[in-house]
Ligand binder design. Structure first.
Ligand code: B4P
Length: 185
């Protein structure tokens, strides 16, 4: 299966993606995790991405698209994958379509959650993990960027008939169950 998971920051994408990928035996490919891994390794890509991530802005397509293209060429992604956090813009959708060359996405999972709840979750994560982009000011900016640049993808994928919208407000386990009930797998 070729799946995407989307949703505002803090809706639970990364959290749910781990469970979905494990159950379906597909690789979990998170652009946020790839950027953070590059940063930990001190690569030039990681250092470039950090400038944008710390401000709550999207990393430029010139950096992001090539990174995803390289990852999808790896053998483990040949039979399926769960992409988490990509595409995030209409231009990235077109790039991804090109990369897939007709092996289209089967389903796009969109997690929904209230703004107040996501801010609470991310501030809690800040206490536990100290991520530089989990300050209240940056979280609010990330929510704005999501509304401006990523929310339009919901209509785009709905028009393709592959959108699955799932409420992200219960416990992690409840949300996982809701996702599988909607995916019918
Ligand atoms: P991401 O790593 O994708 O960050 P995120 O939006 O915060 O989501 P994440 O998946 O980590 O968190 P989740 O909601 O699961 O991106 C980071 C940055 O990278 C972006 O801002 C951007 O700069 C850059 N970037 C990434 N992809 C890009 C692209 N394609 N183009 C350009 N730039 C890109 O979890 C949040 C918290 O909620 C966790 O602490 C979790 O424990 C908690 N939680 C989850 N579910 C819960 C539940 N049901 N109940 C209570 N808490 C819950």
């Amino acid at each position: 299966m070729r799946l995407l998971i989307m949703g505002p920051p803090g809706a639970g994408k990364g959290t749910q993606a781990v469970h979905i990928a494990q159950r379906l035996s597909v690789p979990h490919i998170s652009t946020g995790d790839l950027f953070r891994a590059n940063l930990t390794e001190g690569t030039s890509l990681g250092l470039e991405a950090k400038k944008y991530m710390d401000a709550g802005e999207y990393v430029p397509d010139s950096v992001t698209n090539g990174m995803v293209r390289d990852r999808l060429k790896q053998a483990d992604a040949a039979q399926g994958f769960l992409l988490d956090g990509y595409p995030r813009t209409v231009a990235q959708v077109a790039e991804l379509d090109g990369m897939l060359a007709g092996n289209n996405i089967d389903k796009v999972i969109v997690l929904t959650a209230d703004a107040d709840e996501v801010v609470t979750r991310l501030l809690h994560r800040a206490e536990e993990q100290g991520r530089a982009d989990d300050t209240e000011e940056v979280i609010r900016r990330r929510l704005e960027v999501y509304a401006e640049q990523t929310a339009p993808l919901i209509d785009l994928y709905a028009a393709r008939g592959i959108l699955v919208e799932v409420g992200g407000m219960g416990s992690v386990e409840q949300v996982t169950n809701n996702i599988f009930a909607e995916l019918h797998v």
